[in-house]
Design a protein around this ligand. Structure first.
Ligand code: KIV
Ligand code: ZN
Length: 507
């Protein structure tokens, strides 16, 4: 008997992006959406158009660019939200409107201030309104796992009768357990008429670390769609991680009687892209994509793996697209070899991007003997910024334990050079103050600074990530260099450029 194919509904660009420190610009969202198509997800939730102008623009752009997958937009149970979602999806090949309202007593009483009957009326009215604008409507009962089951089923029945083809059961606060989730799915199947011909979905948050387990349990109980984010990014402790669900279903399809249409060899690359975009790194022991996910330290394990990998490995690095990392390029490598290796790693930049990457590669090769695949990935996941931005021309820092750290910096914008000097608590602080004197960015607070070494060795490429908080949100900047002060300056300039870009977009 063939296995049930489960739909993978990716909400990295909506539930993932709305979590602090994970905001993305339009170009980044488009790059991720395109990568999600390569990965083979069924549905891309591209944003919440009524929530901001930026979200509406992102959904509109993704809807026009993405072919193959369903593009979904979120809307509260109000007409104006549904109008905004329909408008943003107007160019989509396969549009879906996702309408949600809370159904738990605590949410209805304290957040919505609505009675049960009012919620039922809103669902009836809004789902049918959404259906009049879009052939594919999904309904979510927010906080479903803390809702009264009988009432939840009345709400889901109302949504189904009004035309929703997918009924989603979110564990909004990450409260449920695997057994409870399975019994809830079974309850809904039993109590909602016509549930067999609808798709039931699970959307699990990870507050108790159970999001993936709860999702797999929902699938085993009959859910036909799971909602997840790449690397599990999302509100608080995050959402269920796509890569863990997909590999869970691939390796243990026997336990769930289910499979997905995802091309798992795209998982690693997708994960790296999302981490690079939000300025984070996988914890080393992160399942599937962490650095240690396939390494064996204990002698007894190494011995077993040498004899037969299957002794201690339930999946192979190649299954998620991790290629052999024994090849390195150097300063004599030509453009062709560079382009070929990038393609083998899954990156196919256009000509302008390739020129920029190659220039960066050459600069790096002058300072670093062997350029590894990791270095190449770091170069190729550098995010593009617009042309009219500040770039670093040169800098000098003076620092020491008995001198005042000072930085002289020269930036360039549209061919014009700007120079200034500042002192600070350390060389990086002095450099940032000098940059501020030149650019005069809007008020902000630097709330996160991290440094990460990309590959091993003394000449390792350092990657600095800075996060700035402004009045209207956060931006992330990233800088790469073998010199950590330079990487720090590049990261800050990158973040400030993004801040200016955001301020421009909001005009
Ligand atoms: O967690 C949640 O309940 C949600 C809904 C909007 C689906 O994200
Ligand atoms: Zn959610």
């Amino acid at each position: 008997m063939s296995m049930r194919k489960i739909k993978i509904f990716d909400t990295t660009l909506r539930d993932g992006e709305q979590s602090p420190g994970c905001s993305m610009n339009l170009q980044e969202k488009l790059d991720i959406a395109r990568q999600l198509v390569r990965l083979g997800v069924d549905v891309i939730e591209a944003g919440f158009p009524a929530s901001s102008k930026g979200d509406a623009e992102a959904v509109t752009a993704i809807a026009s660019a993405v072919k193959g997958a369903v593009v979904c937009a979120l809307a509260r149970c109000v007409r104006s939200d549904i109008d905004a979602a329909a408008k943003a999806l107007s160019q989509a090949e396969h549009p879906r409107i996702h309408v949600f309202i809370a159904t738990s007593e605590i949410h209805m009483q304290y957040k919505l201030k609505m009675s049960r009957e009012q919620v039922l009326d809103a669902v009836r009215e809004c789902v049918s309104y959404a259906r009049s604008l879009c052939g594919d409507v999904q309904f979510s009962a927010e906080d479903a796992t803390r809702s009264d089951r009988g009432f939840l089923c009345r709400v889901l029945q109302t949504a189904a009768d009004a035309g929703a083809a997918t009924l989603n059961i979110p564990d909004t606060v990450g409260y449920t357990t695997p057994a409870e989730m399975a019994s809830l799915i079974e309850y809904v199947k039993e109590h909602v008429k016509g549930a067999d011909s609808l798709t039931l979905a699970a959307h699990c948050h990870n507050d108790l670390g159970l999001a993936v387990a709860n999702s797999l349990s929902a699938v085993a109980a009959g859910a036909g769609q799971v909602e997840c984010t790449v690397n599990g990014i999302g509100e608080r402790a995050g959402n269920a991680a796509l890569e863990e669900i997909v590999m869970g279903l691939k390796i243990r399809g026997d336990a769930t009687d289910a499979c997905t249409g995802v091309d798992t060899t795209q998982i690693y690359r997708t994960s790296r892209l999302v981490y690079a975009t939000v300025g984070a790194h996988a914890p080393k022991n992160k399942p599937i994509v962490g650095d240690n996910a396939f390494s064996h330290e204990a002698g007894i394990h190494q011995h077993g793996v040498m004899n037969d990998r299957r002794t201690y490995e339930i999946m192979r690095p190649e299954d998620i697209g991790v290629t052999e990392r024994n090849m390195s390029l150097g300063k004599h490598s030509g453009r062709h070899a560079f382009e070929k290796r990038l393609a083998e790693l899954g990156y196919t930049p256009d000509k302008a991007q390739l020129d920029a990457y190659f220039e960066k590669f050459k600069e790096l090769a002058d300072r670093k003997k062997d350029i590894t695949d990791r270095d190449l990935e770091a170069i190729a996941s550098e995010r593009a910024v617009r042309q009219d931005v500040f770039t670093l021309d040169r800098f000098t820092v003076q620092a020491g334990n008995r001198s005042t750290p000072t930085c002289v910096i020269r930036l360039e914008k549209n061919g014009e050079k700007f120079e200034d000097v500042a002192i600070g608590d350390g060389p990086v602080d002095a450099a940032y103050k000098a940059v501020d004197k030149i650019i005069c960015p809007p008020d902000h607070e630097l709330y996160d600074y991290s440094i990460h070494s990309i590959s091993g060795g003394k000449d390792a490429l350092g990657e600095v990530t800075v996060k700035l908080r402004m009045k209207n949100g956060t931006v992330t900047g990233r800088g790469l260099s073998t010199d950590v002060i330079e990487a720090s300056i590049l990261a800050y300039i990158n973040a400030v450029n993004r801040m200016l870009e955001r301020a421009d977009d909001e005009k």
